[in-house]
Unconditional design. Structure first.
Length: 255
């Protein structure tokens, strides 16, 4: 009975969310015509803007839940791609609303991060590339979900698909810029968790991941307000092992 009640509540919320959409917006979001898709995205941004003006974050969260449940978690590639595009549109609707964006950043970013491990290459690529754009828009607000993004990005650096790896590299560079700019003034960032994620992966044998991790150690080390000495024992041994790696790039980075 509890499960049935919960399902009915979710269904009711979805209906309420749909009622707020302009006519045909859901249809046009999936349309093959790019102009119709773009217009549907603008219509969705207008809905977000209206709710932001009213400080109605509950309704925006319901919209996010609706598109996560019915699109991002859909069985079809087309719906998943639409869902990813919708989340980007919603994030773009938060311009000049940094406080509200900070309150909903977990709900806007983490569902896209879930798509990083999709079995379909097109979804992994679109999710990573879209999160790159979202992070450029959100900038320092991303620090609130930084470790979650970083942890999932590590594996994508070594993805078997070149397009996915290229998108991961773009996102990686943006994350480096964000943490370099934001960390000195961010007292709430969980550096301990970040370093644990990084050092736990140091035993990886994949050369792309090894180079990625060494680059991140160097990136953090170059931030004046951070000292890595306290964490050195957790990765020094693995770093020394990399000095004898068969890949020249790894050996060079480890030096």
């Amino acid at each position: 009975m509890i499960e049935s009640t919960s399902h009915s509540k979710l269904k009711s919320e979805n209906i309420n969310v749909e009622l707020e959409f302009p006519p045909n917006i859901l249809k046009h979001l999936n349309d093959r015509n790019q102009d119709k898709r773009e217009q549907a995205g603008r219509d969705l941004q207008a809905i977000v803007a209206k709710n932001l003006d009213k400080k109605n974050l509950v309704q925006i969260e319901k919209i996010l839940n609706f598109f996560q449940d019915n699109y991002l978690r859909s069985a079809t590639v087309a719906n998943k791609k639409t869902g990813i595009e919708v989340f980007v549109s919603i994030v773009n609707g938060f311009k000049n609303h940094s406080e509200e964006a900070a309150r909903l950043v977990h709900r806007m970013v983490l569902p896209i991060v879930e798509c990083f491990n999709d079995t379909e290459q097109r979804i992994r690529y679109n999710a990573i590339k879209s999160l790159y754009y979202m992070c450029k828009e959100l900038q320092g607000i991303c620090m609130l979900v930084f470790n979650d993004v970083f942890e999932q990005l590590i594996g994508k650096i070594a993805d078997f698909d070149e397009q996915v790896k290229d998108a991961a590299s773009l996102l990686n560079n943006t994350l480096k810029t964000i943490i370099t700019d934001s960390l000195p003034n961010n007292k709430q960032f969980d550096m301990r968790r970040f370093m644990k994620i990084l050092t736990d992966k140091m035993k990886a044998v994949n050369p792309f991941i090894r180079v990625f991790l060494i680059d991140w150690i160097n990136t953090i080390d170059e931030i004046p307000s951070v000292t890595l000495l306290v964490y050195l024992p957790s990765f020094l041994e693995d770093l020394l092992v990399m000095l004898s790696d068969k890949e020249k790039d790894v050996r060079s980075k480890a030096e």
